[in-house]
Design a protein around this ligand. Structure first.
Ligand code: PGA
Length: 249
């Protein structure tokens, strides 16, 4: 039985004080459950403070750089995250790829640096509307996954969480139907089986992301190959966040 992992992605929203307030309000209301991991990826400036108040919510980062240290103005390193005991880091979000020009190679290097530090990468993939409409979703995602996992050994590969996020469903209110999301997540599991083997494919966690809300999360997470959700907009409001992570009631 694979666990479910539901992670809010706050993107560039909230101030430090608002974030602390939010965590203080919701943390004790998150139903602790050994089968569900509830996380929030916060802006890096607030990682340290929110980490101190979160007990049930797994505080996660939205990005990192792959070099240990150096002249990389504005970046945060894996050792910095390790020092704060951060356990999950989102890498390769479509906004990082599209707005900040991140390549598959950079994302692969980030995954390797995180795994070496025992931090779980949440590696995002997903296609544009144009790719979706031209029926090339699987080829697109296969390329991203193959390059993202390049040179990563089997025992590390199964620790990675994959987030499938069709760009056309992010922040648009256009959620992929549970069936579409399931089909692509199943294909991703097959791609992993092709690169590694059945065991890795069975163990790896695959999230869906794109307009997930308390109203639709159950139908999405009930799908056989969807093990969680990466949620932007609906994770910013306290009640709504609780509706997501406590979706089982
Ligand atoms: P959304 O964002 O839930 O607001 O669509 C998802 C994401 O970008 O991770």
């Amino acid at each position: 039985m694979r666990k479910k992992i539901i992670v809010g992605n706050w993107k560039m929203f909230k101030t430090n004080s608002q974030a602390i307030e939010f965590i203080k309000t919701v943390d004790s209301k998150v139903k602790v459950n050994k089968d569900i991991i509830a996380g929030i990826a916060v802006p890096s400036i607030m990682l340290s403070d929110v980490q101190k108040v979160a007990k049930n919510i797994v505080i996660s980062a939205q990005n990192c750089y792959f070099e240990k240290e150096g002249a990389f103005t504005g970046e945060i390193s894996v050792p910095m995250l390790q020092d704060l005991k951060i356990k999950y880091v989102v890498i390769g979000h479509s906004e990082r790829r599209d707005i900040f020009g991140e390549t598959d190679e950079m994302i692969n290097n980030k995954a390797k640096s995180l795994l070496a530090a025992n931090i779980t990468p949440i590696l995002c993939c997903g296609e544009s509307l144009e790719t979706y409409e031209s029926g090339k979703t699987i080829a697109w995602v296969k390329n991203q996954i193959t390059k993202g996992f390049a040179g990563i050994a089997e025992q590390d590969a199964k620790k990675i969480v994959i987030a499938y996020e069709p760009i056309w469903a992010i922040g648009t209110g256009k959620v992929a139907t549970p069936q579409i999301a399931q089909n692509v997540c199943k294909e991703i599991r097959d791609i992993i089986k092709g690169i590694y083997n059945q065991e890795v494919a069975n163990e790896i966690l695959i999230q869906y992301g794109g307009s997930v809300k308390p109203e639709n999360i159950k139908d999405i997470l009930d799908q056989a190959d969807i093990d969680g959700a990466l949620v932007g907009g609906a994770s910013l409001i306290e009640d709504s966040y609780l509706g997501l992570v406590n979706y089982k009631g």
